[in-house]
Design a protein around this ligand. Structure first.
Ligand code: AMP
Ligand code: ZN
Length: 159
């Protein structure tokens, strides 16, 4: 899906920069949900975002929040769409608190195939959590090697 052919229209004589051009894959399922071309159980929407139920829920109430404008992932999304999407995710978490009353919530984003992303239109998972639900922390916490930790921190800082 993420490797799909990109369809883009260009107006002759006008540069792509002038059009604020952004390529959108023509087979993006979340764009189709935003456009109303694919069915979804929509639970919230605003000018910039839409939220709908995940068809393979991890827990009862698992939902997705997506920006209406297509962007592939966390690295590509515009700041204003990211702000709108996390704000909508929090609104949804608050609404869940009042309605289905989970014991907690995870807001999750996967960026890149290696990080479990399978739909390449940015989205936040809003996953209500319940005591004794089947989800588990996906890593085993253990103390860092302090030298390695300092080395990678320096690298990230650009030193
Ligand atoms: P990710 O693996 O983080 O990219 O998440 C993609 C999510 O989209 C998965 O949890 C899927 O179950 C969900 N999903 C895929 N297609 C649909 C659809 N048509 N409607 C609702 N959720 C979907
Ligand atoms: Zn899309």
């Amino acid at each position: 899906m993420g490797d799909s052919i990109f369809a883009a229209s260009v107006t002759p004589g006008i540069s792509s920069e002038a059009l604020s051009f952004r390529a959108v894959p023509d087979d993006c399922i979340f764009c189709k949900i935003v456009a109303g071309e694919l069915p979804a159980e929509v639970i919230d929407s605003d000018e910039h975002t839409i939220a709908f139920m995940d068809i393979n829920p991890a827990t009862r109430g698992h939902a997705l929040v997506v920006p209406r404008a297509h962007s592939r992932d966390l690295l590509e999304i515009a700041d204003e769409d990211l702000t709108a999407t996390i704000t909508a995710a929090r609104r949804l978490a608050l609404r869940m608190q009042e309605t289905i009353e989970p014991a907690g919530v995870n807001v999750l984003n996967s960026c890149g195939r290696a990080a479990w992303q399978s739909v390449f239109h940015f989205h936040l998972h809003v996953i209500p959590r319940y005591v004794g639900d089947p989800l588990e922390l996906p890593w085993i916490p253990g103390p860092a090697d302090q030298d390695e930790l300092a080395r990678v921190a320096a690298k990230i800082r650009g030193e």
